[in-house]
Design a binder for this molecule. Structure first.
Ligand code: ADP
Ligand code: MG
Length: 340
């Protein structure tokens, strides 16, 4: 079982300036798996920009051209789980062997391996084995290797061996062609001005772009109303509002300090009083978890600390939440407040 989704094909992956390099590198890899210098091929970019789709497309195309090759798609999360299970069941070697005999290994969202040293370790050995034997490795990540946190240096340097290709946000023309292609495949007619209205207003995430069109179609058929620009406006507004509500570091500091009934100045102060230190560490932890800010930038915004302090804070919170019940409750409560 390759776990590949045949709908995620190259044909359905519309080309534009935003993805041309990644897409053509993918095509090159698919025509000569393991035989190009793009090994590993690492595709990186933000949420909903097509990383998973493109990774599948490469696998699907390889399967098509080389039916005898074993191709495996797996998320880094599932890979990690399998590894942990294999350790529990005492068959770590079987796990390793299974992955070492694959011809094309596709691992999605490798940022998930952050901080998971055991899994990184085993992946390092599998990677080396595959690479030495001319097998193809394809990885995706939400960040470029230089920006990855808590991934071992030796693994990061392997990630950089081949090609790192970025998926950027598609321009207006590409967004329109993605929507038209989707509507065509679904057999739905929609006036151009409405397609263009949606494409003009939803810019940063292809998944949301498609989501808006899907709810537009659903709303109109549910209410037996024609698809009009007014209906499109209502739906687009909902999508845009939802995405704007990204939590900021300021907001996190406000929620955390309210929770502990202190003000933000206290939270940021230099004091070493335990409960204030903990509040500050929680704010740093949540800033790391809920924003895209770097450790350095989080530190500078939360009381002018350096990146090592933030890293330490994140680790402390991780540890305390598994050893201290009261602290675990803080984390859960604040998570809820931040996720409303
Ligand atoms: P990511 O893994 O980067 O979060 P996905 O691969 O899941 O993103 O893509 C989100 C959605 O957008 C999927 O339905 C995918 O088919 C679609 N999509 C993204 N880029 C393109 C593209 N260039 N052409 C067609 N569909 C695309
Ligand atoms: Mg994905």
């Amino acid at each position: 079982e390759s776990q590949l989704n045949p709908n995620y094909s190259f044909e359905n992956f519309l080309e534009g300036d935003s993805n041309r390099l990644a897409r053509s590198a993918g095509l090159a890899v698919a025509s000569k798996p393991g035989g190009t210098s793009f090994n590993p091929l690492l595709i990186f970019g933000g949420v909903g920009l097509g990383k998973t789709h493109l990774a599948h497309a490469i696998g699907v195309d390889i399967k098509d051209k080389y039916p005898e090759k074993t191709v495996l798609y797996i998320s880094a999360e599932k890979f990690t789980q399998q590894y942990i299970d294999s350790v529990k069941k005492n068959n770590r070697n079987d796990f390793i062997h299974f992955y070492q005999i694959i011809d094309v290994l596709i691992i999605d969202d490798v940022q998930f391996l952050s901080g998971k040293t055991g899994t990184q370790d085993v992946f390092f050995h599998i990677f080396n084995h595959l690479h030495q034997n001319g097998k193809q490795v394809i990885l995706t990540s939400d960040k470029a290797p230089v920006d990855m946190q808590d991934i071992e240096q030796r693994l990061l340097s392997r990630f950089k061996w081949g090609l790192s290709a970025e998926l950027q946000t598609p321009d207006f023309e590409t967004r329109v062609s993605i929507l038209k292609n989707k509507l065509y495949r679904d057999g739905v007619d929609m006036p151009d001005d409405i397609i263009e209205y949606v494409a003009k207003n939803i810019k940063s995430n292809v998944r949301e772009l498609e989501g808006a069109i899907i709810s537009l179609i659903a709303q109109s058929s549910f209410n037996k109303k024609e698809i009009t620009i007014d209906l499109a406006r209502v739906i687009v507004e909902k999508f845009v509002k939802n995405t704007k509500r990204e939590v900021s570091i300021d907001y996190i500091q406000k929620v955390v300090s309210d929770y502990f009934q202190m003000d933000i100045d206290t939270l940021q102060s230099k004091t070493r009083k335990r409960h204030i230190v903990q509040a500050r560490q929680l704010a740093m932890f949540f800033a790391k978890k809920f924003t895209k800010a770097s450790l350095a930038s989080i530190g500078s915004q939360i009381g002018k600390r350096d990146h090592a302090t933030v890293l330490h804070a994140c680790k402390t919170v991780d540890n305390l939440s598994s050893t201290d019940k009261q602290f675990k409750k803080y984390v859960e409560d604040i998570t809820k407040k931040l996720s409303v």
